[in-house]
Design a protein around this ligand. Structure first.
Ligand code: SF4
Ligand code: SF4
Length: 483
């Protein structure tokens, strides 16, 4: 490993690493816009300038494109470097609008942070700013504010190198340069398009679903896992902080997912997710089932559990359809409590929707469920026939075609959402959704990822893990306490 000197300190560089990577890995921060660890080097923002020390007098160069070669000496904070950074920021800000008060990126904008850290001076320009398009529609999901764009080209490189849609490019020159869609392609056809909003260092690329919804400093991020397919991408669910709870203004914002962003995990999804993962609120915030029922009539939980247990005790040929959206903990609880009582079928809770990409070699998997692998490891993948001999069917989760129910079979149904079938079940339990409980999913490669709760469980809703324990408890040991 080559040894280089950063600000006079000897550090070991990884083989093949650049000066910028080496500096960041050893705690020397160098600012940048265009560099991104998962994209090619563009070297166009010139902000990562460092001073190379040499006997001949030295020179200035960009750290993102400079190999860390043995004996190299660089300064990241010299007077020359500071002056160059200030000049570069003045140039970038020359035509940049002072939009921070209304810009979605405020609070997590690299330009805002760098301006106050490395420049901070008022503009010295005496000529009017060049105006450009605001709210240009790049796709149905993304708007572009060209005045805010610093032309780092990260978005363009993303569509060329990662999503391979080649949908974006830059047209015209100098201060008339604009990011635009390729005339023959559409960003709407790129199922990974929203990643460009995350990687845009400023507020030029705007997600329509998050536009003006919240200031980021009112939000907290809870670690979670996208259940949209068996990749199990690691994500953050952004929701309103408790201390910034809304009372008079729309209080629904206190308990909803405001946005979903990737949580970088090199072993699962890197720093990317697909647009299905961004739309997780669509899955988790469907109208909720909130009360237990017996044959369509509201019941208290204790009597619903007693009724379900009586059905289980009486059944001769019970079959359980196990949810592939159940967590590892819930699946294990079912296996421990009821696994020997039921013949089990692992059920896909979700199939691809019309127009949804089925599979690719980036992230998206054909199995649209997060935990099929763990479920199959516990219960196998054999098909069990639901024939006329089946006298009890326990259906856990979405996606079951109730037309397949044997005519005389009793049913116990566990579902989180309102559905017509809920009222037809002999016993119905409303169960919690992923954002209300902790757990783990095992993805198709066997990688286990954790998710945490961010909202309280509604009062009469139960956790399936606890419920299975109570359904499996022998009659004599049942206490009657609520699950
Ligand atoms: S829109 Fe954003 S990511 Fe794209 S070039 Fe402009 S600043 Fe960079
Ligand atoms: S690739 Fe699969 S797991 Fe990842 S964000 Fe998309 S749907 Fe979710």
């Amino acid at each position: 490993m080559p040894e280089i000197f950063i600000n006079g300190v000897a550090v070991e560089a990884r083989e093949g690493a650049t000066v910028l990577e080496t500096a960041l890995e050893h705690g020397f921060y160098i600012p940048y816009f265009c560099w991104h660890k998962n994209l090619s080097v563009a070297g166009n923002c010139r902000l990562c300038m460092v001073e190379v020390e040499a006997e001949s007098g030295g020179w200035m160069d960009i750290a993102c494109n400079m190999p860390a070669t043995k004996g190299l000496r660089v300064l990241t904070d010299s007077d020359k470097v500071k002056a160059r950074r200030k000049t570069m920021l003045e140039l970038v800000l020359k035509n940049h609008p002072v939009d921070c008060g209304v810009c979605d990126k405020a609070g997590e904008c690299m330009l805002q942070d760098y301006h106050y850290t490395y420049n901070g001076a008022p503009s010295v320009s005496t000529v009017p700013k060049v105006r450009a398009t605001k709210f240009h529609e790049l796709s149905k999901r993304i708007l572009l504010d060209n005045e805010r764009c610093v032309l780092c080209s990260r978005c363009v490189r993303f569509t060329r190198e990662i999503s391979k849609s080649h949908a974006l490019g830059i047209v015209d020159r100098g201060d008339h340069s604009l990011v635009r869609c390729d005339e023959l392609r559409s960003l709407d056809d790129d199922p990974y398009s929203d990643n460009v909003v995350d990687i845009c260092p400023v507020g030029a690329l705007l997600s329509r679903s998050f536009l003006y919804k919240s200031r980021v400093w009112y939000l907290d991020a809870t670690p979670s896992v996208c259940p949209g397919c068996s990749r199990g991408c690691n994500v953050d669910l952004w929701h309103r902080k408790r201390e910034w709870k809304l009372n008079a203004l729309d209080p629904r914002h206190n308990a909803c997912i405001e946005r979903v962003t990737p949580r970088d995990n090199a072993e699962v999804n890197g720093p990317w997710i697909c647009n299905t993962g961004r739309d997780l609120a669509k899955f988790l915030e469907r109208p909720r089932a909130l009360v237990p029922m017996q044959k369509g009539r509201e019941a208290d939980l204790t009597s619903a559990i007693a009724a379900a247990r009586a059905l289980i005790d009486a059944a001769k040929h019970p079959v359980a359809l196990v949810s592939s959206w159940g967590s590892n903990e819930e699946l294990a609880a079912f296996k421990a409590a009821l696994g020997t009582r039921f013949r089990t079928i692992v059920k896909p809770d979700r199939l691809a929707e019309p127009g949804e990409r089925i599979e690719d070699d980036i992230l998206i998997r054909a199995d649209k469920n997060p935990n099929t692998r763990a479920a199959v490891e516990l219960f196998g993948d054999a098909t069990v026939a639901l024939d006329e001999g089946t006298d009890l069917v326990l259906v856990w989760g979405d996606g079951f075609d109730f037309a397949r129910l044997p005519r005389h079979a009793k049913t116990i149904l566990l579902c989180a959402f309102v559905a017509p079938e809920n009222g037809h079940a002999d016993v119905f339990f409303p169960v919690s959704v992923q954002s209300e409980r902790a757990g783990h999913y095992t993805n198709f490669e066997g990688k286990v990822s954790a998710f945490s709760p961010c909202f309280p469980r509604p009062p009469k809703v139960v956790d399936a893990e606890t419920l299975f324990g109570r359904l499996g408890t022998p009659v004599a040991a049942r206490s009657g306490a609520a699950a």
